[in-house]
Design a binder for this molecule. Sequence first.
Ligand SMILES: Nc1nc2c(ncn2[C@@H]2O[C@H](COP(=O)(O)OP(=O)(O)OP(=O)(O)O)[C@@H](O)[C@H]2O)c(=O)[nH]1
Ligand SMILES: [Mg+2]
Length: 361
Amino acid sequence: MALNCGLIGLPSCGKTTIFNAITAAGAACYDGSEMNRAIINVPDPRIQPLVEMYNPRKTIPATLEIVDIPGLKAGSTAGEGRGTRLLGHIKDVDAVLHVVRCFEDPAVAFEYDTIDPVRDVETVDLELMVADSQTLQNKIDRLQKKSKTGDQDIIREKNDCEKVKASLDDGISARKQTLSEKEMASIRECNLLSLKPIVYVANIKSATDSANNHVKALQAIADGEGSEMVTVCGRDEADISQLDPEDQEEFLKELGLEESSMQRLIRAAYRLLGLVNFFTKGEDEVRAWTCCKGDKAPTAAGKIHTDLEKGFIRMEVTRYEDLIELGSESAVAKAGKQRLEGKTYEVQDGDVVVVRFSPPK
Ligand SMILES: Nc1nc2c(ncn2[C@@H]2O[C@H](COP(=O)(O)OP(=O)(O)OP(=O)(O)O)[C@@H](O)[C@H]2O)c(=O)[nH]1
Ligand SMILES: [Mg+2]
C-alpha cells in the first residue's frame, strides 16, 4: 500500500491549493468540508535506464498518497462528530504536511487579521496535543483497572503513558519529547497525532518571497524540532500543474523554481521518513517500490506481495549502478557482483532485486 501524507493546517491557509499543485487533481477550493485524495507517482530517474535495458510491457513507478484534510482551528477537535472525523483522518496518515500561510494578501480571507506562522503552528499543534492527551487518558484509565492485580509490566506501561501525557499537558508535542524505546513501545498503539513526522509547507506568493520573515519564523520552528520545511508558491504552482508537462518546466523557471513543489515535497518526505526505493525488473514490468531505510529483506519483499514475505527464502541483489555500468545482469554476475542475501539483509536504495520464496500451500 502506498505511503500516505496528509495536508493539515488552519482553514484557508492553502491546503487544497497545494493539494492541486502537487497532484494536478483540480479540486475546488471553496469547500473546506470535503476530503480530497490522490495518488502521485514518485519520479525516479533510475526507472528510464532500466526500461531501456529490459523493454518491459509495463512500467510502474513508486507512489505516494496525498490526502487533503479539512481545516483545523482552535477547539475544532473537541467533541463528537466533525472533530472525531477530522482526527480519524489525521490518525490514518504516515506523515503530516503542515501548511502554513506565509503570504500577505488582504484580498484572501483568513482566520486571523494578521499573518503569524508561530501562532498558527501553535494553534494547530495544540489541537493535536489535546486530542493525544485524551487518547492517553483513555489508555491510562484502562491500565488503571488492569493494574489492580499488581502486574509490574502494566504499572510500568501506565507510568510511561502518564509521563508522556504530563509533557503534552505542559505543551510539549510527543515528537519533541525525548522518549526511550521502552516508552515508545508503551504509547505505540495510541498512534499519537503529535508524534507523526512533519514537513512544514510555507505557502508563499512567489519564489522571491522564499526568505521573508514569515518563512524564516517557520524555518526556525522546523529546525528547532528536527522537522523539514519546504516553500511552495501555492496558487501559481496549482496553475502550472494544469499545463502540459513540456510547458511546466518553462513556467517553473520563470517563477525562479528549478523543480516543482511535488518533487521537493516528495524529497523532503523521503528524507524525513527515511524511505528508499528498490526495483524489480523483467520483460513483464519494471517497477519501483518504497520501503523504510533499515527494512530487512522479508519486510521489503512483503511490499511486493505478502506471500513473498511469508515464504521468503532469499533475495538476489544487483546494485543499480553496477547494472548500468556493466550493461547487463549476466555481465554483473560474471563480475561477481550479484549477491544472494538472507533474512537479515537490509535493503538499500537502488537495489534491483529478485525474491526467491516458497509459495503458500
Ligand atoms: N494570493 C494567493 N492566494 C492563495 C495562495 N494559496 C491559496 N490562496 C487562496 O487562499 C484561499 C484559500 O485556499 P484553499 O486552498 O482553499 O485553503 P484551504 O486550506 O484548503 O482551506 P479549507 O479547506 O477551508 O481549510 C483561496 O482563495 C486560494 O485561492 C497563494 O499562494 N497566493
Ligand atoms: Mg480546502
